[in-house]
Design a binder for this molecule. Structure first.
Ligand code: FE2
Length: 414
């Protein structure tokens, strides 16, 4: 549907407008410490330049809301569709992903002007939008929040490339907390329900809520710590093929992997605050699925399935949504919460739930077409924006990815 302006009593209490404004402002603020050069670098093909995140999230609103639902909207620059479309085949050809770091133009300031143009048009349009367009605003807010997390992890990867070890910002290291011995919570056995219900926003891949069978199992009450990861290394974990999946062992050899991604010499790690001492009691972060799986085997356990994780989380705290909200970009370093400072790898493939149907139109490409070769991660991380996490959330990455704040919670058969 294009160029149709419909009147309705949209957003009567103004809450959508406020959340839209807050989300757009946070992205703008995240870029404040960066120079144009900082914002242009693409450290590797799967990570995007900061400037691209700012522009692409804007393109999403401009295309799917303003172009398609606001009569007479004039695009900021017709050429930006080619530059800032990420992967939407229905939107036509686009700039190659691995070459996003070649875009020295438009400048960071021009991208800021693009954002302002679209923000003003959205604000003007909001009270006249149809419910279909308002749903796309909601999707756009959640989409931009996902990119806020990627913005931080991609800028961490960018600065990690620089021998000057620049800091993105000051962060107060999390308060030290004692490492408790792991205790194991007995999980429910039998048929349980997982997935999002219809009462609030969720991505299409979280639905429909459905029944699954859980065999007898137990889940650890906390994540694996840096100290335990050091023990795995000292015990030869990265040099013992019997601990690894075949693909994982090939990956360790090929990439010369011997520690979490940002660990450096003498007990230090690279963080968004520059190089810091490793907090041995904090949850390990920046490990791949392959590493998580090998660690679990070494420790005599296994990774939880996504259904075990979701049922466990709901049993620990039925208000898990609030727990996850305790995280946020204000603390870009894992701390000591029960949930929400590192994403937790599961052994479950990112696949459709029974009855899954992607949305109609181009936004139907959002999740469904990535259901191949990826694993589900549950929880949230210290870089996840406040209000974005929930128990049914299904993050997903390939088995070798580790530039996100990804960690490990163990499970075992009962
Ligand atoms: Fe995107």
């Amino acid at each position: 549907m294009r160029n149709v302006l419909q009147s309705s009593c949209a957003d009567p209490d103004g809450s959508l407008s406020r959340r839209l404004g807050d989300t757009r402002q946070l992205t703008f603020d995240l870029a404040a410490p960066l120079s144009d050069a900082d914002a242009t670098i693409q450290p590797f093909p799967d990570a995007s330049p900061a400037k691209w995140h700012l522009a692409h999230t804007t393109w999403f609103f401009e295309t799917f809301v303003l172009r398609d639902h606001v009569l007479g909207y004039t695009p900021f620059d017709e050429r930006y569709g080619f530059l800032f479309n990420s992967y939407y085949e229905a939107e036509g050809p686009r700039h190659a992903r691995p070459r996003r770091g070649m875009l020295s133009r438009p400048s960071l300031d021009e991208v800021r002007s693009y954002r302002a143009h679209v923000d003003e048009a959205l604000e003007r349009a909001l009270r006249h939008l149809s419910s279909e367009a308002l749903d796309l605003i909601e999707l756009g807010i959640n989409h931009e929040q996902q990119h806020q997390e990627l913005f931080l992890t991609d800028i961490l990867a960018t600065f990690a490339e620089n021998p000057l070890e620049p800091a993105y910002g000051e962060s107060t290291p999390p308060a030290c907390f004692a490492i408790e011995a792991v205790s194991w919570q007995v999980g429910r056995e039998g048929i349980v329900e997982i997935g999002a219900n219809e009462s609030s926003f969720a991505f299409d891949s979280e639905r429909p809520r459905h029944r699954v069978f859980l065999a007898g199992h137990e889940v650890a009450n906390r994540r694996v710590t840096n100290k335990e990861w050091r023990e795995f290394i000292e015990d030869g974990g990265y040099r013992t093929p019997a601990l690894w999946l075949s693909d994982g062992w090939a990956w360790v050899q090929q990439e010369s992997i011997s520690a979490p991604l940002y660990w450096r010499d003498e007990g230090t790690e690279f963080t968004l605050a520059g190089r810091c001492e490793i907090d041995w009691a904090a949850p390990v972060a920046h490990v791949s699925f392959y590493e998580a799986d090998a660690f679990a085997r070494w420790a005599g356990g296994r990774l939880p399935t996504e259904a075990e994780w979701e049922d466990f989380a709901a049993s620990v705290d039925p208000m898990i949504g609030n727990q996850l909200d305790a995280a946020g970009p204000a603390l870009p370093r894992p701390g000591g919460g029960v949930f929400g400072d590192v994403w937790e790898w599961t052994q479950s493939a990112f696949a459709s739930y029974p009855g899954f149907s992607p949305a109609e139109g181009a936004v139907g490409e959002y999740n469904g077409k990535f259901m191949s070769g990826q694993l589900v991660l549950k929880g949230a991380s210290c870089a996840t924006p406040r209000g974005h996490g929930r128990a049914s959330y299904r993050n997903f990455f390939g088995p070798g990815a580790r530039w996100q704040f990804t960690g490990v919670r163990l499970a075992r058969d009962a």
